[in-house]
Design a protein around this ligand. Structure first.
Ligand SMILES: *Cc1c(COP(=O)(O)O)cnc(C)c1O
Length: 404
């Protein structure tokens, strides 16, 4: 029952998530959907052709449960080339059905009832669900909006991590805030993990989507952390191929072994032809990553400019493809907070977004602080983004942020 309650919607039901609700509303009102955060343009054609080749050449049966040898080698090569992390592809790499399966299998393998799992807040929805499935207790540390970006509340981190902490779940670049955690913030988390002898699971699916020269620091590269860190990533966001669900986990062999034991009975394995194609993408696709990043950077500027111009307070994201904005200037007695604003906006001007409260625990400090905030995505084609920007220009502030 406890786990079921943790998996239920915001109001305790199991109805569709806020993301599905907002997308349905966007469709019903013909709104430009800047709510649900996945690309509306497919990834590079040569990578898709590589999957077609794999299908035609007979890669249609179960791949090995740890993933194809070619993909595991490509993942190890990617970590070494980009970050200097050396991995044994035989024992330290596991291919999964998206980062989502890696996260869930890791939580089920490494935490259970009586264990505390610490995450940042706001947090990606599947993190909370996986903790609930494992029957563990979810403890959060706020990321606080500041001029230079969302910042880690270090006092809260020190208070949150203790003897009951089994696992710390990091996410950088961070969804929904767009924060790229700085090396010194990660060092604080590393110190807390060492003190509590906790395992760190780090969700780095936006590792390549950073801007303004922000450096993505993989958690496993921090001094002393390699042996206690499981790194999770995915090809979905990096190559705009979210529907393929090819993800992976890497880390010390004994932890990967424990996660593999769970994964065996979640899905065993999946996506044979896509594994082949992603093995090639990870070795030959660096130019495509740069091209995506440049396109997204241009769209980020357009969206930020439009939101600030019309009167939102925004935090400039250094990574991911989301902009968080304080909607306080547009709130009224009838539209009193970010959730109400997100439900009102599609019908009013034809643009959809999602409230940040949906990424917070009900009643938490973060939920209060971010009550009026919403998230817009810029991973949309130029036409959709232009339509959204034109429509946003019709908004008129009703009050000032400080007075509100
Ligand atoms: C999209 C996303 C995932 C899920 O990745 P898949 O590979 O599609 O399962 C995990 N974590 C974060 C933070 C995400 O934004």
């Amino acid at each position: 029952m406890a786990a079921a309650a943790g998996l239920a919607g915001e109001d305790g039901s199991t109805r569709p998530t806020i993301f599905a609700e907002m997308s349905a509303l966007a469709a019903a009102t013909g709104a430009a959907n800047l709510g649900q955060g996945f690309p509306d343009e497919d990834g590079p054609e040569w990578i898709r052709e590589a999957a077609v080749d794999a299908l035609r050449s007979g890669e249609n049966q179960y791949p090995p449960r740890r993933g194809s040898a070619a993909l595991r080698a490509a993942i190890a090569g990617h970590q070494l080339r980009n970050y200097g992390i050396s991995l044994d592809p035989e024992t330290e790499v596991l291919v999964t059905v998206g980062a989502t399966e890696a996260l869930t299998a890791a939580l089920l393998a490494l935490a259970g009832p009586g264990d505390e799992v610490v995450t940042l807040e706001p947090f990606y929805d599947s993190h909370a669900a996986a903790i609930a499935m494992a029957g563990a207790t979810h403890v959060t540390v706020p990321l606080v909006p500041a001029d230079g970006g969302f910042a880690l509340d270090r006092a809260a981190l020190d208070a949150a991590v203790g003897p009951a902490t089994r696992l710390i779940l990091v996410n950088t670049p961070h969804n929904p805030t767009g924060a790229v955690l700085a090396r010194d913030e990660l060092a604080s988390i590393a110190a807390a993990a060492a003190r509590a002898d906790a395992i760190v699971v780090t969700d780095e699916v936006y590792e390549h989507l950073t801007f303004d020269g922000a450096e993505h620091v993989p958690f496993a590269t921090l001094p002393g952390m390699r042996d206690r860190t499981i790194t999770i990533s995915s090809s979905g966001k990096t190559f705009s191929l979210t529907g393929w669900k090819i993800g992976w986990a890497s880390g010390p062999a004994h932890l990967i072994e424990a996660i593999t034991a769970i994964k065996q009975f979640l899905t065993y394995s999946g996506g044979a032809p896509f594994q082949s194609a992603i093995a090639r993408a990870l070795t030959e696709g660096d130019d495509d990553i740069v091209a995506l990043k440049n396109t997204l950077n241009r769209r980020r500027e357009l969206l930020l400019d439009s939101l600030t111009r019309v009167g939102f307070r925004t935090v400039r994201p250094q990574g991911t493809y989301f902009v968080c904005a304080d909607a306080t200037p547009f709130l009224t007695a009838g539209v009193p907070d970010g959730a109400a604003f997100a439900r009102w906006l599609p019908g009013e001007i034809g643009v959809a977004c999602v409230p940040l409260a949906a990424f917070c625990r009900e009643g938490s400090e973060s939920a209060g602080r971010l009550r009026n905030w919403v998230r817009f995505t810029f991973v949309k084609d130029d036409a959709t983004l232009a339509t959204a920007i034109e429509r946003l220009a019709a908004l008129r502030p009703t009050r000032a942020i400080d007075g509100g």
